[in-house]
Design a protein. Structure first.
Length: 532
């Protein structure tokens, strides 16, 4: 659909002076940054205004002489990957990150196979090397003493293609290192406080505060905001409807064996799922889901809750390690946010990553969606020679929001729907739907392979998702009515179908029915790149 041509630069470059290095085993050590500083000035085609201190003379840029083509706010998974891929295409990228120390998070630790394929497309697959990342080959579901194995459908892929699980901070630091090693990337620690607008219409840059407290302004034709789930800038660029259906309580189990190595473990517990997956050769992450917008337990009662309510529901092989992890402390809590993508079409600015779109992390799809978005954005921007025509670029990039829908909406919808189905409910129809889902997946073949291909990002087709979801519902109805239907069973069966519809339709509506199922009917789908 789009022509792929490299972005040409008319100036020559010299070798960079240094690389900046990271070490994942020193997360709290401040790491000095070094940037290439002997590049020639950009041609007029790539003009912007260099970063300047408020009410002071301009400072010389640290990374390159001349100004940036793109400002990236945030250097997490999305920001680092975007900076790397744009710089590889010859764009000058100024990255501003609030804290360049290694992050310490309990989410963003599982990359689906579809996300790993996107890493390969971006040339970043080596970022999961040398961080003790673990291969993930699928999931195992546990429910009421039964278990079923759900492998990823990887038969048609190279043997290296699989999911990966790891410490999020190590992965992020590797991506930052790789991005900052490029001569067209300037990475700086600072807190962006506001977007700079021209005539209350176009975003032309950002205002930010450096680590030493200086107030600076930076200008570029395009500003991409990817400052994470707690973004303080998204309100300027979208209509955020953030919901917090639950929270994760995180623990690390040490020196224990999972019942099924190289598989994620999902325990369908009461009241909601518990996850186990390996994040290093010696550590297993445990995430206990607590329903509700706020964790109702004070810190002093959390250990007792985990021991009294949760421990008895996990596999016996993990109970001793689970109790030991509780006794060691370091219990972490993270709200599980979801937010549909509802952007304002703002010239000069874009949102991406969790700042733009979130889904329940039960299925581990966030990084896959973000990396897929970055591949798409890279391909859209690549044929654009001049980013300075903000209105034309904005109109062209409206296609981004439509073209991203197959992957994003499939993963978003499945995450929200599965969380509701897997959570315990007193309603008889919900109980039957939960049991039907487990039994449907236990059938194997297409009945498990189809949903797992959707979840893993290998088959991003919304219609396939809807068909499987209602197949689960009707499978549950059929089991109820056989061998002898009764009025009571028929009533419960009807409620199962209504329950399934009530779960999935609000999620699809928030994603956009037309965008999900009829994207080619939207004019923005066909936008061609602007030429000047």
């Amino acid at each position: 659909m789009f022509s792929v041509c490299s972005h040409s630069l008319t100036h020559t470059t010299m070798s960079q002076s240094a690389f900046f290095k990271f070490s994942y085993n020193k997360p709290h050590h401040h790491i000095p940054l070094f940037f290439p500083n002997n590049l020639s000035i950009a041609p007029p085609l790539l003009r912007t205004t260099a970063a300047v201190r408020s009410n002071a003379a301009p400072d010389p840029p640290l990374g390159f002489i001349g100004a940036a083509d793109v400002i990236v706010v945030g250097a997490g998974v999305a920001g680092s990957a975007l900076a790397y891929t744009l710089a590889k295409d010859g764009r000058r990228v100024h990255v501003i990150e609030r804290d360049l120390r290694e992050p310490d998070r309990i989410v963003g630790e599982l990359l689906q196979p579809g996300g790993y394929l996107k890493l390969i497309e971006l040339g970043l697959e080596d970022c999961v090397d040398q961080i003790d990342a673990q291969r993930v080959l699928g999931y195992v579901l546990f429910m009421d003493g039964k278990k079923t194995k759900l492998p990823y459908p990887l038969e048609k892929f190279h043997s290296e293609v699989a999911g990966r699980s790891f410490h999020n901070g190590r992965f992020v630091q590797m991506m930052r290192e790789k991005a900052a090693a490029l001569q067209f990337v300037r990475m700086e620690q600072g807190t962006v406080t506001s977007l700079l607008e021209q005539n209350n219409k176009n975003v032309v840059g950002v205002q930010y505060r450096t680590k030493d407290g200086q107030q600076l302004k930076a200008y570029a034709p395009l500003t991409v905001i990817c400052d994470g789930c707690f973004s303080n800038l998204r309100r300027s660029l979208c209509h955020p409807k953030v919901e917090v259906p639950s929270s994760f309580v995180g623990l690390i189990l040490e020196n224990c064996q999972l019942p099924f190595e190289n598989y994620g473990h999902v325990i369908l517990a009461d009241p909601s799922p518990i996850l186990f997956y390996r994040i290093s050769s010696t550590e297993v992450r445990c995430l206990v889901d607590i329903p509700g917008p706020k964790v109702p337990l004070v810190w002093s009662g959390m250990a007792n809750y985990l021991k009294a309510t949760v421990a008895s529901q996990i596999p016996p092989e993990l109970q001793d390690a689970f109790l030991s992890a509780i006794d060691r402390g370091n219990i972490r809590i993270m709200p599980n946010s979801s937010m549909p993508a509802e952007p304002y079409h703002t010239p000069g600015a874009l949102l991406i990553g969790d700042a733009f779109n979130m889904r329940h992390p039960l299925t581990g799809g966030g990084m896959t969606v973000a990396l897929s978005d970055i591949v798409l954005l890279r391909d859209l921007i690549k044929p654009v020679g001049d980013l300075n025509d903000a209105s034309s670029l904005c109109r062209y990039l409206e296609s981004f929001y439509i073209l991203r829908k197959p992957m994003a909406s499939t993963i978003n919808t499945l995450a929200g729907a599965l969380y509701k189905v897997f959570s315990v409910s007193p309603d008889d129809a919900r109980k039957e739907l939960r049991q039907a889902c487990f039994d449907y997946l236990s059938l194997g073949k297409i009945f498990s392979g189809g949903p797992i291909a959707l979840l893993s990002g290998l088959n991003p087709y919304p219609l396939s998702l809807v068909l499987h979801f209602f197949a689960v519902a009707f499978y549950g109805v059929g089991r109820l009515l056989l061998p002898f239907p009764s009025f009571e069973r028929m009533w419960v069966g009807a409620r199962i179908v209504l329950c399934a519809f009530g779960i999935i339709f609000p999620i699809i509506k928030a994603e956009g029915i037309r965008q999900m199922f009829l994207p080619t009917s939207i004019p923005a789908f066909y936008r061609a790149p602007p030429h000047r």
